[in-house]
Write a protein that binds this ligand. Structure first.
Ligand SMILES: Cc1cc2nc3c(=O)[nH]c(=O)nc-3n(C[C@H](O)[C@H](O)[C@H](O)COP(=O)(O)OP(=O)(O)OC[C@H]3O[C@@H](n4cnc5c(N)ncnc54)[C@H](O)[C@@H]3O)c2cc1C
Length: 387
């Protein structure tokens, strides 16, 4: 039996829903139209402790598992909001929790749990290397008691609303390592100290209201104790956190999918054309029913991933498949919802076009659908490696 049946999860759902009721779709629409950041919502979620769900109790958090964390993000999207504004904190913490030193955990985690510090950003993607992460060109060179960072990152989200960022940089040149996945390291960057003093941030205008940026590192100096874990093992540390990240994104997509299906069903029920509700036509109701089936099926895989992860098992296969199924299902539900609304689907006041844009992102980021297919082909089906 998966964890989804427990009363604790229902209590979390109720709590998050209650908080989200103060931030309705009009709130999110206004934020989207102004390309603003939902500061009040993020504050409220932090203050209520939801963003500290996975921080162990000894560091001031709730010590909950992935199942509980996934419900929090699912409900934000299920209520019409956008968990993409806060999800970074949930999954960036894994890296610190699993690979940070005791001193780093004591320094950062209690403040993150108390809402005094935000760890919302992770800098991995680069403009010239994209998905081929082991080729990143950003370097961190040790000089005495500091590292000096040079290079460029792209699509790095929530920088302007975060205090800290986890950065992946190459510490040993590619031609000096035996395996291309070696020689990269991760660092905790104090954004307030870095911006304007070696780090330049250039916002990217984009299709969703996702505060995302291009970063330029020009001899940024950081203290040597910013290194997380061992030098050279950063790529493995990043991969380590991905199963949790994929499962959380799957849950967000499930939340989106349910929002779209409810919205489509309501509209199909109430909109009358040719003297009857449009939902009476099988041509309208079948696609909604199909989308519902696919969201519910994806949800089963999400729970399998949560269950495995929380039992300490390798959730790689389930997490990847959950992300794939959920992103496909939410996108299909989005399309059906828009079609059901006809012309009104394009009107901002119905919120469908905003959510349609938001859920589309999850086919591309944080990992594109093709890369998941490639993982399944290579690791589960043992087909030849394609790259
Ligand atoms: C709004 C937004 C927010 C983001 N936030 C962050 C963030 O906070 N931090 C961060 O580090 N990154 C972030 N990203 C980056 C995101 O993770 C990347 O865009 C994504 O991983 C794809 O990389 P790319 O854009 O370079 O595409 P590319 O690697 O150039 O790929 C382009 C297309 O080709 C396909 N492709 C490439 N190689 C193969 C192959 N071998 N086989 C089959 N298909 C292939 C891909 O699937 C993709 O569809 C964000 C992106 C967006 C759009």
């Amino acid at each position: 039996m998966f964890a989804c049946d427990t009363e604790d999860l229902d209590a979390i759902r109720d709590g998050v829903r209650s908080l989200c009721s103060h931030y309705d779709t009009a709130y999110w629409r206004d934020i989207d139209e102004r390309k603003a950041f939902p500061e009040e919502f993020v504050e409220a979620l932090t203050e209520a402790g939801w963003l500290a769900a996975m921080i162990p109790e000894e560091y001031g958090g709730s010590g909950l598992g992935l199942a509980e964390a996934s419900v929090i993000l699912e409900e934000v999207n299920r209520c019409g909001g956008n968990a993409g504004t806060v999800h970074g904190q949930m999954y960036n913490m894994f890296t610190l929790l699993r690979h940070g030193s005791e001193a780093q955990k004591r320094r950062f985690l209690p403040k993150i749990a108390a809402g005094e510090l935000r760890l919302q950003s992770m800098g991995v993607t680069e403009p010239t290397t994209g998905t081929d992460t082991t080729k990143i060109k950003t370097t961190a060179v040790r000089q005495g008691d500091k590292y000096v960072i040079n290079g460029q990152k792209v699509w790095i989200s929530r920088i302007q609303h975060s205090d800290l960022m986890i950065l992946l940089a190459r510490t040993t040149p590619l031609d000096q390592v035996q395996r291309k996945s070696e020689g990269m390291s991760i660092f905790m960057i104090d954004l307030h100290a870095a911006i304007g003093d070696g780090l330049t941030v250039q916002p990217i205008a984009n299709m969703v209201n996702h505060e995302t940026n291009e970063l330029f590192f020009d001899n940024l100096e950081i203290p040597a104790d910013s290194l997380i874990g061992e030098e050279g093992k950063g790529f493995r540390y990043i991969l380590d956190g991905l199963n949790a990240e994929r499962t959380l994104i799957a849950a967000e997509c499930i939340g989106d999918g349910r929002w779209f299906i409810e919205k489509a069903s309501d509209y199909a029920h109430n909109r009358e054309v040719f003297g009857r509700p449009i939902g009476q036509n099988q041509g309208v109701q079948f696609p909604i029913a199909q989308a519902h089936i696919e969201v519910e099926a994806a949800d089963l895989m999400r729970w399998r991933a949560c269950d495995e992860y929380d039992k300490g098992l390798s959730a790689g296969a389930s997490a990847n498949m959950a992300k794939y199924l959920a992103a496909e299902a939410s996108w299909k539900a989005a399309n059906v919802c828009l079609q059901t609304h006809g012309g009104f689907g394009f009107a901002s006041e119905y919120d469908v076009e905003r959510k349609f844009r938001e859920t589309r992102l999850y086919q591309v980021a944080p990992i594109s659908t093709n890369l998941i297919l490639s993982y399944v082909a290579e690791h589960l089906l043992e087909l030849p490696r394609s790259f």
